[in-house]
Design a protein around this ligand. Sequence first.
Ligand code: 1HE
Length: 257
Amino acid sequence: MTTQDLHIELRGAIAVVRLTRAAKRNAINDGLILAIRDAFMGFPDTVRAAVVDGDGDHFCAGLDLSEIKERDAGQGMHHSRMWHAALQEVQFGRVPAIAALHGAVVGGGLELASACHIRVADETTFYALPEGSRGIFVGGGGSVRIPRLVGAARMADMMFTGRVYDAAEGERAGFAQYLVPKGEAFTRALAIAERVAQNAPLTNYALMHALPRIAEQPADQGFLTEALISAIVQSAPEAKDRVRAFLEGRAAKVQKQ
Ligand code: 1HE
């Protein structure tokens, strides 16, 4: 399945969602953000995880700035809400999303990456929020998601000063969980997606939908929500099969990697 600037390929249980607008550094225009939304809403039931990638030397240069110039305040708000709706499908959709990062991960590109559940960056990756110097503000959920990854102070500094984090700094700061050699982000992201796809679906669902909400709850409410989710997940037949397999010596032990 392909739209003009997005290619979706099913590789077994993994959906590979690739931005294919390399000539514009995968800058996201209205058509592309809607295509991302539709892709995440439309995966067949056989899909258990997704990889998000970008063609060319850069993951994504953010919002297509050529579309911004004619908008009034109301249109600007609806545009931001459209991004929210699309990235909500990425974060709170049906399957975990693994971002394969390289080159520019900037502005809306960082907002897209931060809506994914795991980020794998190669050595060429750099992170920035040029909104600060373009006289605008993040509008794709960045002010909600990015502080949760790296802290509000770091995000504010990036926007105040135009600071750019390179791949190693970015991993230390918490933008990416994995740092790999140049050109290897996609392969590693695919391997991670295949591993994630083997989990019990209810476990993945709880990690995507319950964990971030529990983490935002006051402790007292969080403990109760955790108990309820934990009871639901462990009551599934698949959980019982997996635990029995371990007890009978048929399942892998935890091993240092
Ligand atoms: C673009 C965009 C774009 C490239 N909108 N057209 N994002 C930014 O402020 C980042 C702007 N982009 C850059 O800083 C650089 O393009 C890169 C560092 C990402 C890549 O540099 P480079 O030298 O490889 O490419 P280039 O020559 O700058 O760009 C190639 C073409 O892509 C060129 O068009 P051309 O017709 O002259 O070939 C660029 O104009 C075009 N291009 N980036 C439109 N972003 C939901 S709110 C989110 C708010 C934001 O994301 S604001 C941050 C926007």
